[in-house]
Design a protein. Structure first.
Length: 173
């Protein structure tokens, strides 16, 4: 995809702290999705925006996954700390960890607040074995008038060394 004449934004939700990685709980100073989001911004010259929920998720990994599952089951829309005007952007890279097979609910909140008509959406996620899950289909339902490009799933533990895969995905767009 030729991005040279496009206005690009990388939007991502990421969680640092206690996370599951290769069968054990580790403490991440920076979330895996944030690492990939900033990598994409560096490769494309894009602006960035981090989706942040007003209510912080529990520091404990298992407690966090319980909250995430409850939010998904309740179809909740967590309030966000801040927002961004996306009108002037042509291309939106959208990043998130795969939580319970789809995007975390703060991402849903963000998507429902904006008009993605005629935007090109490139979803990417970090995961520990579940790939994109059903997130691409959910994204297409939430943004029916945008062009959703095939997403990129990155194993979380590989986030910091994913640049070749990310570069290839961007170029194939």
């Amino acid at each position: 995809m030729d991005l040279k004449s496009k206005r690009i934004l990388v939007v991502y939700f990421s969680r640092n702290g206690k996370n599951y990685s290769n069968g054990k709980i580790v403490d991440l100073p920076v979330g895996n999705t944030e690492i990939v989001g900033k990598m994409i911004a560096g490769l494309t010259g894009a602006d960035t925006f981090k989706i942040e929920s007003v209510q912080e998720y529990p520091a404990d990994y298992n407690d966090c996954t319980d909250v995430a599952r409850s939010e998904l089951r309740a179809n909740s829309r967590p309030k966000l700390i801040k927002d961004i005007d996306i009108e002037s952007y042509d291309v939106i890279f959208l990043g998130y960890p795969n939580w319970w097979g789809t995007m975390p609910m703060p991402v849903w909140t963000f998507l429902e607040k904006h008009d993605f008509n005629r935007k090109i959406m490139l979803p990417f996620c970090t995961h520990e074995g579940s790939g994109m899950g059903r997130s691409e289909n959910d994204l297409k339902k939430l943004c029916p008038t945008s062009e959703v490009v095939k997403g990129l799933a990155i194993h979380g533990t590989d986030a910091s060394k994913a640049e070749p895969s990310v570069r290839n995905w961007i170029e194939k767009g």
